[in-house]
Design a protein around this ligand. Structure first.
Ligand SMILES: Nc1ncnc2c1ncn2[C@@H]1O[C@H](COP(=O)(O)OP(=O)(O)OP(=O)(O)O)[C@@H](O)[C@H]1O
Ligand SMILES: [Mg+2]
Length: 487
């Protein structure tokens, strides 16, 4: 099949077979065409060419509702639930049980309860979806996909926002579904995950299928090579040098129940990791420093100067940047071009006017270094793939000229090649004497990139590990409060 957008061939001439009961993984660089191919299969987008057969019978394009009717549904990269409606209402939007246009509340609730049980979600079907956690909303999406007799279930980066435990639970559900003969098409950038859950993997590059292999026939290095078309020798390029003067100093910072009396320094040239379980208070700490949430107590100083931060604008003006973990709420202006989004925080001005040429130059430089896949930098951000949108947010913070940068789970949704570029830039920033705080839930990233790791638990810093003493066990023990095993 194929799909063209103005100026881009998103999917070109792909032939694909999917078997009942398999987990078929789709991997490849950001913008390779994975999500678009899935949208063709789920009939969210009409194909420009080609056709689909389901159990031997040709299927013509009739939209997502029709595809769902045939048992093909998709859980999108960004969910499409109605936050103000109840769980039950969300499950049956479009096809309420009861027929003849009448909604039978009792039947709807019973059917909802059954579906929720299938995805292991224990919430009241009458509850408003907006009140649920991300993981719970995803379960609702899954249940919605199963509400029709699913034959093919498409999951687009389902674990990007899940904790480790939630991921394990999701995998258990996926295994149950495949045991029932459902084919699961699964997009992921996480190599560990691909090897754990996948039966076969199809690698895409530039809109085309590179190859399909049984997962058991591949190893990580080979898979990476298929994905990016080259070897990524050093995913974590870090040049350590002796740190300089203290740049950022946080003292006695507290906010509500989530940040308790936190103090730490970051020196020039240092990358300091913040480790901890989800909910340990790392994002809350970053938000409090940045002024996104005002602290109740404590001070923040930069280069020995105490800052008065009453909101993010003050933090930015003082030279503190914060790349948040969620790009949606990070204020990407989706209708505006990549150029405008990249330079938004620091517009190139000339004689009081925005210097459009400089704007384009800056955007093109970032596009090239981060390999943002976009035909021209004026193109609206909403036409970019998920991972490329993430890179635009990153580029914006790299361009603010901030002296202190918080990176909160920056690699989410990025392919391995892009991640290695991003780490290179982090290393370069440190080399320029900036102070960097790096929040990540993926320990290998912290252990490879940081000079020190601060571990948080319950809103407090429970320990600090210098690079010479880095070990996964040590960090995990501090994060969970477990006794270290010195055996
Ligand atoms: N609505 C659209 N209009 C124009 N171009 C689009 C549109 N949707 C996708 N594209 C382009 O099609 C290409 C493939 O995008 P797609 O979202 O399928 O990538 P992906 O493999 O899912 O990437 P990621 O890993 O970043 O999610 C990209 O170049 C993207 O910019
Ligand atoms: Mg995608």
């Amino acid at each position: 099949m194929g799909k063209r957008f103005p100026g881009v061939v998103a999917v070109s001439d792909v032939d694909l077979e999917v078997f009942a009961g398999e987990v078929h993984v789709f991997a490849g660089e950001n913008g390779a065409g994975k999500s678009t191919l899935m949208k063709l299969i789920a009939q969210v987008e009409p194909p420009s060419s080609g056709r689909i057969e389901l159990a031997g019978a040709p299927v013509s394009y009739q939209g997502p509702g029709a595809a769902r009717g045939l048992g093909v549904s998709m859980v999108h990269q960004e969910f499409a639930l109605a936050p103000d409606l109840s769980v039950a209402e969300n499950l049956f939007i479009g096809d309420e049980p009861g027929g003849f246009g009448w909604i039978s509340r009792g039947r709807e609730r019973r059917a909802a309860a059954e579906l929720l049980a299938r995805v292991g979600l224990d919430v009241d079907p009458g509850r408003r979806v907006g009140l649920l956690s991300t993981a719970e909303q995803q379960r609702v999406e899954l249940a919605k996909a199963l509400a029709v007799r699913a034959k093919v279930l498409i999951l687009d980066e389902p674990t990007a926002t899940l904790t480790e435990r939630e991921t394990a639970e999701l995998f258990a559900i996926v295994r149950e579904l495949t045991a029932q003969g459902i084919a699961v098409l699964y997009i992921s950038h996480r190599l560990d995950e691909i090897f754990e859950i996948g039966d076969r993997v199809t690698v895409m590059r530039d809109g085309a299928v590179v190859d399909t292999h049984p997962v058991s026939e591949l190893d990580e290095a080979r898979l990476v090579q298929l994905m990016v078309g080259r070897d990524v020798e050093n995913l974590y390029p870090r040049t350590h040098s002796a740190p300089g003067e203290v740049r950022l100093r946080v003292s006695g910072l507290s906010r509500d129940d989530v940040v308790h009396d936190v103090s730490f320094d970051v020196r020039a040239g240092e990358i300091v990791g913040l480790a901890g379980l989800v909910g340990a208070g790392r994002t809350e700490l970053a938000r409090a420093v940045f002024g996104a949430e005002l602290p109740d107590a404590g001070t923040v100083s930069l280069d020995g100067r105490r800052l008065r931060i009453r909101g993010p604008a003050d933090a930015i003006a003082a030279g503190i940047g914060y790349l948040t973990e969620s790009r949606k709420s990070d204020g990407l202006a989706l209708q505006l071009g990549v150029d405008k989004n990249v330079t938004m925080a620091r517009l190139p001005m000339r004689a009081g006017l925005i210097d459009l040429r400089a704007e384009r130059r800056v955007a093109e430089r970032e596009r090239d270094s981060l390999r943002i896949r976009v035909p021209w930098v004026g193109r609206p951000v909403q036409t970019l793939s998920g991972g490329n949108q993430q890179k635009v947010v990153l580029a914006r913070w790299l361009e603010t000229g901030a002296e202190v940068l918080f990176f909160d789970e920056p690699g989410r949704g990025m392919d391995v090649g892009a991640k290695s570029e991003m780490f290179q830039q982090m290393d370069a920033l440190a080399g320029q004497g900036k102070a960097i705080v790096f929040i990540s839930s993926y320990l290998p990233e912290l252990l490879n990139m940081c000079d020190r790791i601060l571990v948080m638990r319950g809103g407090r810093i429970t320990g600090e590990v210098p690079r010479a003493e880095f070990s996964e066990e040590r960090v995990v023990a501090l994060a969970t409060g477990a006794k270290e095993n010195h055996g």
